[in-house]
Design a protein around this ligand. Structure first.
Ligand SMILES: *[C@@H]1O[C@H](CO)[C@@H](O)[C@H](O)[C@H]1NC(C)=O
Ligand SMILES: *[C@@H]1O[C@H](CO)[C@@H](O)[C@H](O)[C@H]1NC(C)=O
Ligand SMILES: *[C@@H]1O[C@H](CO)[C@@H](O)[C@H](O)[C@H]1NC(C)=O
Ligand SMILES: *[C@@H]1O[C@H](CO)[C@@H](O)[C@H](O)[C@H]1NC(C)=O
Ligand SMILES: *[C@@H]1O[C@H](CO)[C@@H](O)[C@H](O)[C@H]1NC(C)=O
Ligand SMILES: *[C@@H]1O[C@H](CO)[C@@H](O)[C@H](O)[C@H]1NC(C)=O
Ligand SMILES: *[C@@H]1O[C@H](CO)[C@@H](O)[C@H](O)[C@H]1NC(C)=O
Ligand SMILES: *[C@@H]1O[C@H](CO)[C@@H](O)[C@H](O)[C@H]1NC(C)=O
Length: 582
């Protein structure tokens, strides 16, 4: 941060700009002016194009960089359109905004920065990749706006800049066939994200950012995306970022399975593009000839029942021999990834939100899990169930003990053991890995009010948003019950500052600031890759915040009781990983 050059104005890229008017940034190299706006005490540049229109012949293709015309001015004062996805209501409050405008010309990003930044400030940059099951998501989502986090980062003395990109979803971003593979078009969504990160690397200096201090972050499928960006090209190309944060996902079962190709077949059949064969160039041609509305309607009509199909995550990254050269588990085992420091974590009761609340018997647990994991053999399913005895779970007012058992197994498979698997390998390769378990929420009463779920689901998926984005008031809306405690407000400050501190310094806290205290690295660096090695977890929020080994000396009871070392040891064993399919 620089003080203003003289009273009332500041010098920005060599031009004098009055601070009271809306901010603008000049890219002198390309002779382009970006006109942003002031809001909430920060500066926002919205709908900044990074990729060209993806419609017509560009549909499914790798994105092409947007090159602004020399001498042009880009109006960056209103959000751009979302990428094609279902219009209308999301699942409030998990997605508060209605998706009202979609377009294939959607490759834009938003930049939020403190006021009074100059190009010499070279602030660290946090890039956000939204979640939504690679099915929905937009960078204009209210609850993920980082204005509060930016203000907290300034208060903390370590200011950062935040960038959030749109990227293609569903069939638009994950279309798959041999013909698409031959033209290098698979995993287009991951390539969009990559192009956006490269845009940040190449352009953020104009906005006062440091291209050598980029942290990519994401939640849910956005966390999976961060995991994919870290292993992109098997680590054979330099990564355009230095650190990563994976919230509630870093990998996903089913990536090496058939969900995506089956979803592709269903879309192709639905629109009648299977005149020759699924994998033919004619089929791609036919799909490119459809209107956006027709193709979107087809992906929605064929999306199917959520739980029957991998909780709706049917459009997944797939092994394409290029962006993802091998199965993720193999890339991890062979240390074919970018060497970056990471923070990865989950919410205490993460996927309870996606677990069938009517479960009351062990037979129902088994049936839920076998439907979620169709490739898991009976013997491994039984081995899994025996690691979680029904008797070690207790009922809560509206949910059975068996429900909590199912939710915990589901959590460990999707949200806990995969980050442990990935994190252990990153640490073995010499990187710092920080694992957290988020244990505080304001969502339960809201879900109960909306009758979306009972009030005792616990600390569900997305619970950290209200804190880490630095504005708990996003949830004070639509008459929802809203009564944060002083502990909630304290966690807004501590949580968001820990996130921005990680972006600044690569550690989630420092002793002399209001950040997570005692949050050390979770694995021994250069260890054996975590083959059943012990590790530690930082419990963030809740009545017992702090760092603890998962077992052994000094393990806190509430952490030890989760048996993470033993359970992840089995879930991460070779036979399991093969059957889980990643
Ligand atoms: C930015 O600079 C202006 C002009 O000097 C000043 O009034 C304002 O307080 C500064 N804002 C911050 C956040 O430092
Ligand atoms: C930049 O664009 C402006 C507006 O079109 C033009 O007047 C100016 O000559 C251009 N400068 C350079 C260096 O190209
Ligand atoms: C979304 O928009 C529709 C139509 O305008 C409206 O009925 C609905 O209440 C909105 N939902 C939310 C969560 O804002
Ligand atoms: C995927 O489909 C192929 C071809 O139909 C089949 O051989 C394979 O067993 C399927 N894999 C899974 C995990 O279902
Ligand atoms: C296309 O799909 C439809 C519906 O699944 C099927 O009836 C038809 O035989 C398919 N045509 C070809 C050429 O594969
Ligand atoms: C926080 O959110 C509330 C409600 O959406 C909004 O009115 C306020 O301007 C926001 N403040 C910041 C700093 O983002
Ligand atoms: C999480 O918080 C609950 C109370 O909200 C507490 O009972 C539990 O022990 C905490 N778990 C951990 C791991 O700290
Ligand atoms: C870890 O331990 C479990 C249970 O003892 C065992 O089944 C598994 O194979 C071990 N995993 C590895 C990777 O050694």
């Amino acid at each position: 941060m620089r003080p203003p050059s003289f009273f009332g104005t500041l010098v920005l890229c060599g031009r004098v700009v009055a601070t009271t008017s809306n901010p603008s940034v000049v890219d002198t190299k390309n002779n382009v002016t970006y006109k942003g706006l002031n809001r909430n005490g920060v500066e926002a540049f919205l709908n900044v194009p990074y990729g060209q229109d993806t419609s017509g012949a560009n549909r499914f293709k790798p994105p092409r960089a947007f090159v602004p015309k020399s001498g042009s001015t880009i109006n960056a004062q209103t959000y751009g359109p979302a990428c094609p996805q279902p219009l209308g209501e999301g699942l409030p409050p998990l997605t508060l905004s209605n998706v009202t405008e979609i377009s294939e010309d959607c490759l834009n990003l938003n930049i939020i920065r403190p006021t009074n930044v100059t190009t010499e400030d070279r602030l660290p940059v946090l890039v956000y990749i939204y979640g939504g099951g690679f099915w929905t998501g937009q960078n204009s989502e209210l609850v993920t706006q980082p204005d509060g986090m930016i203000l907290e980062s300034v208060e903390n003395g370590l200011p950062i800049i935040h960038v959030a990109m749109n990227y293609r979803l569903g069939v638009w971003g994950f279309a798959k066939s041999d013909a698409l593979n031959s033209e290098g078009s698979e995993n287009a969504a991951l390539r969009d994200q990559r192009l956006a990160i490269e845009w940040v690397r190449d352009n953020i200096q104009n906005f006062g950012g440091d291209p050598s201090k980029i942290t990519i972050s994401g939640q849910s499928s956005g966390g999976l995306a961060v995991g994919m960006q870290i292993m992109a090209f098997g680590g054979s190309k330099p990564a355009p970022f230095q650190r990563g944060i994976c919230e509630s996902q870093a990998l996903e079962p089913g990536i090496t399975g058939n969900f995506t190709i089956n979803a592709m077949q269903a879309v192709v059949d639905y629109v009648g593009c299977n005149t020759t064969a699924l994998h033919s160039p004619e089929t791609v041609e036919c799909l490119r000839g459809l209107s956006m509305e027709t193709l979107e309607a087809a992906e929605e009509a064929t999306h199917g029942d959520d739980i029957a199909h991998n909780i709706g995550d049917i459009w997944l990254p797939t092994v394409d021999g290029d962006f993802l050269p091998l199965a993720p588990s193999q890339l991890i085992a062979e240390h074919k990834f970018a060497n970056v420091d990471v923070m990865m974590g989950w919410c205490q009761d993460d996927v309870a939100l996606f677990t069938d609340t009517s479960i009351t018997t062990p037979a129902e647990t088994q049936s839920f899990l076998s439907s979620y994991l169709p490739s898991l053999s009976t013997s491994n399913l039984n081995a899994l169930l025996s690691l979680y005895p029904s008797t070690s779970f207790t009922a809560t007012p509206s949910l059975s003990a068996e429900f909590h058992r199912t939710a915990r197994i589901f959590r460990d498979i999707l949200m806990v053991c995969e980050p442990v698997y990935y994190g252990a390998a990153l640490a073995a390769a010499g990187n710092s890995v920080y694992l957290y378990e988020w244990n505080q929420t304001i969502l339960d009463p809201i879900l109960a009010y909306l009758n979306e779920a009972p009030a005792d689901l616990g600390v569900i998926h997305t619970s950290e948003f209200a804190y880490v984005f630095g504005n708990i008031s996003h949830w004070d809306t639509a008459g929802y019950p809203f009564a944060p405690t002083p502990a909630d407000y304290a966690l807004v400050s501590r949580g968001s500052r820990s996130w921005s501190t990680f972006a600044s310094l690569g550690v989630p806290g420092t002793e002399d600031t209001d950040t997570f205290q005692g949050f050390g690295t979770s694995f021994r660096k250069g260890g054996d890759g975590g083959k059943n090695a012990s590790f530690s977890v930082f419990v963030a929020g809740g009545p017992e915040e702090g760092f603890s080994p998962v077992d052994g000396d000094g393990a806190r009871k509430v952490v030890r009781e989760q048996l993470l070392r033993e359970r992840c040891g089995v879930i991460n064993s070779e036979g399991f990983v093969r059957e889980l399919g990643f």
